[in-house]
Design a protein around this ligand. Structure first.
Ligand SMILES: [Zn+2]
Ligand SMILES: [Zn+2]
Length: 182
Protein backbone atom coordinates (compact mmCIF):
# COMPACT_ATOMS: atom_id res chain seq x y z
CA UNK A 1 0.00 0.00 0.00
CA UNK A 2 3.04 2.25 -0.58
CA UNK A 3 3.42 3.75 -4.03
CA UNK A 4 6.22 5.78 -5.57
CA UNK A 5 4.50 8.66 -7.31
CA UNK A 6 7.57 10.51 -8.64
CA UNK A 7 6.45 10.04 -12.25
CA UNK A 8 2.97 11.32 -11.43
CA UNK A 9 4.36 14.38 -9.67
CA UNK A 10 6.53 15.26 -12.65
CA UNK A 11 3.82 14.34 -15.15
CA UNK A 12 0.81 16.14 -16.57
CA UNK A 13 -2.30 17.33 -14.81
CA UNK A 14 -4.81 14.46 -14.89
CA UNK A 15 -2.24 11.67 -15.31
CA UNK A 16 -3.34 8.59 -13.39
CA UNK A 17 -2.17 5.17 -12.24
CA UNK A 18 -4.19 2.14 -11.24
CA UNK A 19 -3.23 -0.31 -8.55
CA UNK A 20 -4.93 -3.24 -6.92
CA UNK A 21 -4.72 -3.99 -3.20
CA UNK A 22 -4.91 -7.74 -2.64
CA UNK A 23 -5.36 -9.39 0.72
CA UNK A 24 -3.35 -6.89 2.77
CA UNK A 25 -3.50 -6.31 6.52
CA UNK A 26 -3.37 -3.17 8.70
CA UNK A 27 -3.06 -3.19 12.48
CA UNK A 28 -4.12 -0.06 14.35
CA UNK A 29 -3.84 -0.32 18.12
CA UNK A 30 -5.65 -3.51 19.15
CA UNK A 31 -7.68 -3.56 15.95
CA UNK A 32 -6.62 -5.74 13.01
CA UNK A 33 -8.08 -5.11 9.55
CA UNK A 34 -7.63 -8.18 7.37
CA UNK A 35 -8.22 -9.29 3.78
CA UNK A 36 -7.98 -5.69 2.59
CA UNK A 37 -8.72 -5.68 -1.13
CA UNK A 38 -9.84 -3.35 -3.88
CA UNK A 39 -8.86 -0.99 -6.68
CA UNK A 40 -6.86 2.19 -6.07
CA UNK A 41 -6.57 5.08 -8.53
CA UNK A 42 -3.91 7.75 -8.13
CA UNK A 43 -4.47 10.95 -10.11
CA UNK A 44 -2.28 14.03 -10.35
CA UNK A 45 -4.14 17.24 -9.59
CA UNK A 46 -2.78 20.78 -9.63
CA UNK A 47 -0.85 20.47 -6.36
CA UNK A 48 -1.67 17.02 -4.96
CA UNK A 49 -2.23 13.37 -5.81
CA UNK A 50 -5.89 12.40 -5.48
CA UNK A 51 -6.38 8.86 -4.20
CA UNK A 52 -9.70 7.18 -5.01
CA UNK A 53 -10.16 3.69 -3.64
CA UNK A 54 -13.02 1.21 -3.23
CA UNK A 55 -11.84 -1.03 -0.45
CA UNK A 56 -13.25 -4.04 1.37
CA UNK A 57 -11.83 -5.62 4.51
CA UNK A 58 -12.72 -7.97 7.35
CA UNK A 59 -12.22 -7.36 11.05
CA UNK A 60 -13.00 -9.27 14.24
CA UNK A 61 -15.56 -7.83 16.62
CA UNK A 62 -18.23 -8.98 19.07
CA UNK A 63 -21.75 -9.65 17.87
CA UNK A 64 -24.04 -6.92 19.23
CA UNK A 65 -26.82 -9.46 19.89
CA UNK A 66 -25.12 -12.59 21.27
CA UNK A 67 -21.69 -11.09 22.22
CA UNK A 68 -19.84 -13.99 20.55
CA UNK A 69 -16.85 -13.20 18.27
CA UNK A 70 -17.97 -12.06 14.84
CA UNK A 71 -16.20 -11.55 11.50
CA UNK A 72 -17.37 -8.17 10.27
CA UNK A 73 -17.17 -6.98 6.66
CA UNK A 74 -16.11 -3.37 6.24
CA UNK A 75 -16.23 -1.42 2.99
CA UNK A 76 -15.19 2.13 2.30
CA UNK A 77 -14.99 4.50 -0.64
CA UNK A 78 -11.98 6.73 -0.06
CA UNK A 79 -11.23 10.05 -1.77
CA UNK A 80 -8.24 11.83 -0.28
CA UNK A 81 -5.66 14.27 -1.60
CA UNK A 82 -2.04 13.63 -0.66
CA UNK A 83 0.37 16.60 -0.63
CA UNK A 84 4.02 16.16 -1.66
CA UNK A 85 6.87 17.41 0.51
CA UNK A 86 8.66 17.93 -2.84
CA UNK A 87 6.13 20.48 -4.06
CA UNK A 88 8.78 21.79 -6.46
CA UNK A 89 8.38 18.62 -8.59
CA UNK A 90 4.91 19.88 -9.41
CA UNK A 91 6.20 23.34 -10.20
CA UNK A 92 5.03 24.67 -6.84
CA UNK A 93 6.94 26.67 -4.30
CA UNK A 94 7.49 24.63 -1.17
CA UNK A 95 5.07 26.51 1.03
CA UNK A 96 2.28 28.82 0.16
CA UNK A 97 2.16 31.83 2.49
CA UNK A 98 -0.90 30.57 4.32
CA UNK A 99 0.37 27.09 5.14
CA UNK A 100 3.49 25.35 6.33
CA UNK A 101 4.19 21.64 6.35
CA UNK A 102 2.99 21.28 9.93
CA UNK A 103 -0.52 22.15 8.81
CA UNK A 104 -0.72 18.98 6.69
CA UNK A 105 -2.36 15.85 7.99
CA UNK A 106 0.67 13.57 8.44
CA UNK A 107 -1.34 10.61 7.12
CA UNK A 108 -1.79 12.45 3.82
CA UNK A 109 1.82 13.35 3.02
CA UNK A 110 3.96 12.19 0.10
CA UNK A 111 7.43 11.89 1.62
CA UNK A 112 10.83 13.19 0.48
CA UNK A 113 11.44 10.03 -1.56
CA UNK A 114 8.05 10.56 -3.27
CA UNK A 115 6.41 7.60 -1.58
CA UNK A 116 2.71 7.82 -0.95
CA UNK A 117 1.81 5.55 1.95
CA UNK A 118 -1.88 4.69 2.02
CA UNK A 119 -1.67 2.60 5.20
CA UNK A 120 -2.68 5.11 7.85
CA UNK A 121 -5.25 7.06 5.83
CA UNK A 122 -6.91 3.86 4.64
CA UNK A 123 -6.74 2.32 8.11
CA UNK A 124 -8.53 5.33 9.61
CA UNK A 125 -11.16 5.29 6.86
CA UNK A 126 -11.81 1.57 7.45
CA UNK A 127 -11.97 2.07 11.22
CA UNK A 128 -14.66 4.71 10.87
CA UNK A 129 -16.64 2.40 8.56
CA UNK A 130 -16.90 -0.49 11.05
CA UNK A 131 -20.62 -1.06 11.80
CA UNK A 132 -21.77 0.20 15.20
CA UNK A 133 -23.86 -2.92 15.83
CA UNK A 134 -22.07 -5.83 14.09
CA UNK A 135 -23.73 -9.24 13.85
CA UNK A 136 -22.15 -12.72 13.83
CA UNK A 137 -24.76 -13.63 11.19
CA UNK A 138 -27.73 -11.79 9.72
CA UNK A 139 -30.29 -13.85 11.58
CA UNK A 140 -28.48 -14.07 14.93
CA UNK A 141 -31.06 -14.92 17.60
CA UNK A 142 -29.14 -13.12 20.35
CA UNK A 143 -29.26 -13.72 24.08
CA UNK A 144 -32.50 -14.65 25.82
CA UNK A 145 -33.40 -11.64 28.00
CA UNK A 146 -34.98 -13.95 30.58
CA UNK A 147 -32.53 -16.85 31.07
CA UNK A 148 -29.51 -15.26 29.24
CA UNK A 149 -28.59 -18.34 27.15
CA UNK A 150 -27.25 -17.82 23.63
CA UNK A 151 -30.34 -18.67 21.58
CA UNK A 152 -28.20 -19.63 18.57
CA UNK A 153 -26.94 -22.69 20.47
CA UNK A 154 -29.58 -23.41 23.12
CA UNK A 155 -33.33 -23.43 22.54
CA UNK A 156 -34.78 -22.25 25.82
CA UNK A 157 -38.52 -22.26 26.50
CA UNK A 158 -38.71 -18.65 27.69
CA UNK A 159 -39.77 -17.19 24.36
CA UNK A 160 -43.45 -18.17 24.49
CA UNK A 161 -44.01 -16.55 27.88
CA UNK A 162 -42.43 -13.27 26.89
CA UNK A 163 -45.67 -11.30 27.40
CA UNK A 164 -45.48 -9.62 30.80
CA UNK A 165 -48.14 -11.31 32.99
CA UNK A 166 -49.36 -7.88 34.16
CA UNK A 167 -50.36 -7.13 30.56
CA UNK A 168 -51.83 -10.53 29.74
CA UNK A 169 -55.30 -9.49 30.94
CA UNK A 170 -55.17 -6.30 28.88
CA UNK A 171 -54.11 -8.27 25.80
CA UNK A 172 -57.18 -10.48 26.31
CA UNK A 173 -59.45 -7.43 26.54
CA UNK A 174 -57.96 -6.00 23.35
CA UNK A 175 -58.64 -9.28 21.53
CA UNK A 176 -62.25 -9.26 22.70
CA UNK A 177 -62.60 -5.64 21.59
CA UNK A 178 -61.26 -6.49 18.15
CA UNK A 179 -63.74 -9.36 17.83
CA UNK A 180 -66.80 -7.27 18.85
CA UNK A 181 -65.82 -4.50 16.42
CA UNK A 182 -66.24 -6.89 13.45
ZN1 LIG B 1 -24.66 -13.12 17.29
ZN1 LIG C 1 -34.58 -18.17 27.82
Amino acid sequence: MIYNVASLLTGELGDSEHHEIENERIVLGDRSLNQISGPVRLMRTDATVLVSAEIEAVTQDSCSRCLEPASVNVSVAMDEEFSPINASLMGKTKNRPDEDEYSFDQALIIDEQNFLDLTEGLGQALLSAIPIAPLCMDDCLGICPICTVNRNTIHCSCVKSSVDPRWAGLAGLLEKGAESAD
